[in-house]
Design a protein around this ligand. Sequence first.
Ligand code: ADP
Length: 546
Amino acid sequence: MLGLMQYEQLMISDFIVHAARHHARAEIVSHLAEGIHRQTYRDTELRARKLAQALTRLGVKPGDRVATLAWNTHRHVELYFAISGSAAVVNTVNPRLAPGDIAYIIGHAEDHVLFAEVDFAPLVADVVGRLPAGLLRTVVFLCAAHALPQVDLPSGIDVVAYEALLEAEDGDYGWPRFDERSASALCYTSGTTGRPKGVLYTHRSTTLKAMAMNAADACGLRAVDRLMPAVPMFHVNAWSLPYAATIAGTSLVMPGRFLDGESLYRLIEDERVTFASGVPSVWLGVLAHVRKIGARFSTLQRMAVGGSACPESMFDAYEALGVNIIHAWGMTESSPVATLSNPVSGVDPATARRQRLSQGRVLFGVDLRATRGSTEVPWDGETSGDIELRGHWVATGYYKTPPGTTPDGWFPTGDVGVFDANGFVLLTDRSKDLIKSGGEWISSIDLENIAMGHPAIAEAAAIAAKHPKWDERPVLIVALKPGATVTREELLDFYAGKVARWAVPDDVIFVDELPHGATGKLLKSELRARYADHLVRAKTPGASPD
Ligand code: ADP
């Protein structure tokens, strides 16, 4: 027997309609090159309707993919809602990728219309030159008509100013309703292993995910909050936070392209930000600035950190500044957030701290397990296994490629971790980054965390280097803070008592800077390619970079 409750398809346009109606005066603040821009959710919804009309005029039909190369601003929010809301698919492209990869993504997605920031004009010209002729019909620069950049594009591609597009429309547009399983957004993985792969979200998965993100033990956004997503909207939909904010009526403070520590700190203070989100490297930059000027935070209370493991030293530093870190884990294939580390009651302080430093517990709506072979490992805080995921916002496969899940429906993440008795998962590694020494596994994340706790270290990576006796041994590669010094021996001594003796790295390599991928993660594959033979060929320990 069916129940007697109203039934509607879950639509992304409902978020912005709700925000405009019930949180009309909550605002989106954007740090643009020309200064600070403000507009309310009511204005945002009206502009999104005009944009939806303009998309129709540009020939965009339901199911068509539309590309963005854009920073976090009110215009990117409008694009999210107008494109998905009008039944097309927003394909957010990461401008930090190599032009060849960007062209691959636009070609693979078959985007006919591209919305791009003015500062990406040279990149757009480069990328368009690599695309199949005739694919792209229109490039819309995110600016006013008078600011349209000079860009040399093949004939047949229209170049339009975003504000001119909107000015031509009256906003008389009704958001359509359609199957909630329709595609809404297409995000590509960063392609550190092979070509980028497309993950295709739905209206349903995005709605359920955004609602789950607003649970109190997730991010718990409220109408009184002011959220600054420093995680880019071109990276896994800024972890769904722009969606979650509109549902909660939370004002958004958008940093645009100004992601350095000083600019972010200024914006947090000037705009009274209470909640922020981003990868550790961004928050390390803010921390360095705050320390340099001896400042504190006047309004910032909470911060979601993820994308790579939150260093313990950074966690402690923010706690001391009165900011609570919520450590989050996930991947593009899981929209991305699957776990968050909020505290539980009834555990001793040491356990509570360990749990908060872990990647956290799973959100209702997805499930998680760690397996060895085909068996789930016990939640004993010791036995590690391959982490697998399933749930409402987990991918079944990649766009235009065969399904990627295991036969019983669990998605293999490539991460390795252990569960404690409360279900907190501690990631020990990416399976390909684990170090196996004499048959024992060594966690590269552990070794990096300890090194990052040393006052002289700006950033550290631990990799497996080939070893004639032990097969692999850990080698640490470090970049020092400006002006800081530390010797190889001092750094290795720093591990005493913190890990088993056999887990202490064999050597330290000092470099000026560590390589990062387009999403800010350490490029360990590049380090492995360079230093895998380090121990075999190094004659003197602590030798300079190979
Ligand atoms: P995102 O960076 O948004 O999480 P990606 O798909 O680019 O999404 O990368 C996913 C991978 O990043 C995960 O499989 C995991 O290896 C790593 N990762 C994400 N969050 C964390 C975290 N909190 N701690 C450790 N690694 C993480």
